[in-house]
Design a protein around this ligand. Structure first.
Ligand code: CU
Ligand code: ZN
Length: 488
């Protein structure tokens, strides 16, 4: 039978972690039809010297709103990402109250007309997105709708409402429950509240994904809390963007990973993700207490996006303060207290290169961009560069792991972890989400000063059997799906 596509003579790295092998891969409809001898096809692609892998899964996305605003998802597709896990750090597009402002969320807010996950998915599908999306139910979002920014424990009625929101999201296909315990309003919750809500995800077979309560001086306490939540809630745990922030904590990722290894040896199911950069990024007002401004952090800050001071975008806060002739703490204040101060996004250079590599070597660590799809200003380059940066810089140049292992942790491992249906391996019968790239030249081009450059070395990306990205061009295929946990 004639296939739609046959990719000939590719080195297939199938996502399982086993060594690459030479084969032809054919695609019929949305499925991989053969792996081995290729079928005659409408379109034949000569892939000699190139590597064919499953499409990459970005385990840590904030693309809930991007699927509405930028359905072409160019910044992800050009990296070889075919599936996003969104709703991270406790912020998710659903549930939602149309027409109302949430109490918190700032730059991670996703306004829209939908009420629940099913309606949100329908809105996304109507826009024919280029890649797939799976969703977590976000604690900050849920708590914000139920009890605003209240700095207290929920009463019984509020708890019941929050439980119902998590339950509904899980029934509608969410893959788990996420927290961002460093952010408002999640930071006002006690461990028991999180356990109760995470256990609902657990009962549905989903996971608990967390931006932990602390990623700096109290990192180890935060890891203990996370493990305890997983144990009490009876669900698998996923630590988001594992890091040790702040100079005096540099190097501590190794010890934190040892703690995870001990938990795994004791029978607990724990995984993590990391982005391949020494800087983080997020809503700046969430990181500062105006009564006690952390100057060490302020020194490490670069402004990504600042609606009140567009001229500050792309500049270090120390340089801004010097130019304006103001003290550094005053610069912090001006960046986050203006009329649109809650929308300011910063980049903070708080991490150690060694910790990044330690993370990238660990077999349970996946790749999550944590990209914030605000294309104004000067965003963190991870939005455009994460996956090629791992494969080019960290695998090819630094040798932190093999190509096969890196691909496994971008494909089959997250597919299994997040319940991404029928994807994550190059196997006959699975959905044809595939990436074809040149292992000798793949690399990220997005930099701090030029953050929106698409990577090079990626030849083609298929989503559901359609050619979505072809030699540097977005085809506009729009074959992405809103995926329900484990079912499709
Ligand atoms: Cu995040
Ligand atoms: Zn986070």
């Amino acid at each position: 039978m004639t296939a739609d596509f046959t990719i000939r003579n590719a080195t297939v790295i199938d996502g399982s972690g086993s060594p690459g092998f030479l084969a032809d891969v054919s695609i019929e409809g949305d499925r991989i039809s053969t792996v081995g001898d290729g079928q005659p096809a409408q379109v034949e692609i000569d892939a000699e010297g190139l590597v064919l892998t499953p499409g990459f899964i970005d385990t840590h996305s904030h693309d809930d709103g991007a699927f509405i605003r930028y359905p072409g998802m160019e910044f992800k597709l050009a990296q070889g990402v075919t599936t996003d896990i969104s709703g991270n750090c406790g912020f998710s597009a659903a549930p939602n109250v149309p027409g109302e402002q949430p109490a918190s969320g700032g730059a991670l807010r996703f306004p829209g007309p939908w009420r629940d996950l099913a309606e949100y998915f329908a809105e996304c599908e109507a826009r024919r997105p280029a890649i797939n999306n799976m969703m977590l139910a976000g604690h900050n979002t849920i708590r914000g709708w139920v009890m605003g920014n209240e700095q207290r424990e929920p009463d019984a009625a509020e708890m019941a409402k929050m439980r119902a929101f998590v339950e509904q999201a899980m029934e509608q296909g969410a893959c788990g429950f996420s927290t961002g315990l460093i952010y408002e309003p999640g930071r006002y919750s006690q461990t028991a509240e999180v356990v109760e809500l995470a256990s609902i995800a657990g009962r549905h077979g989903g996971l608990y994904a967390t931006h932990m309560r602390n990623e700096g001086d109290q990192l180890f306490d935060a890891v203990e809390e996370t493990l305890e939540i997983g144990k009490q809630a009876g669900c698998p745990v996923h630590i988001s963007h594992h890091k040790a922030a702040g100079r005096k904590n540099w190097g501590r990722c190794a010890e934190s990973l040892e703690r995870v290894d001990r938990a795994v040896a004791d029978g607990q199911d724990v995984t993590l993700d990391v982005y391949p950069y020494v800087a983080g990024s997020g809503p700046m007002h969430q990181y500062f207490d105006l009564d006690d401004i952390n100057l060490e952090l302020a020194e490490a800050i670069r402004i990504a996006s600042c609606p009140d001071h567009r001229e500050w975008e792309g500049r270090m806060l120390t340089d801004i303060a010097a130019d304006e002739g103001i003290a550094l703490d005053e610069a912090v204040r001006r960046a986050i207290t203006g009329p649109k101060g809650a929308e300011t996004i910063c980049i903070q250079f708080t991490m150690d290169e060694q910790d990044v590599e330690t993370n990238l070597r660990h077999p349970r660590v996946m790749i999550g961009s944590d990209g914030i799809p605000n294309l104004n200003g000067s965003p963190h380059p991870r939005l455009f560069g994460t996956f090629p940066r791992v494969l080019g810089h960290y695998v090819r140049e630094r040798g932190v792991t093999t190509l096969e292992d890196a691909v496994r942790r971008m494909t089959s491992l997250p597919a299994e972890r997040f319940g991404v249906p029928a994807r994550g391996l190059v196997r006959e019968g699975l959905i044809a989400d595939l990436v074809l790239f040149d292992p000798a030249s793949i690399r990220d081009l997005a930099t701090w000063d030029d953050p929106r450059r698409e990577p090079e070395g990626i030849t083609a990306v298929f989503v559901s059997g359609q050619l979505a990205y072809d030699q540097g061009k977005h085809t506009g295929a729009g074959a992405g799906k809103m995926l329900r946990y484990r079912t499709g």
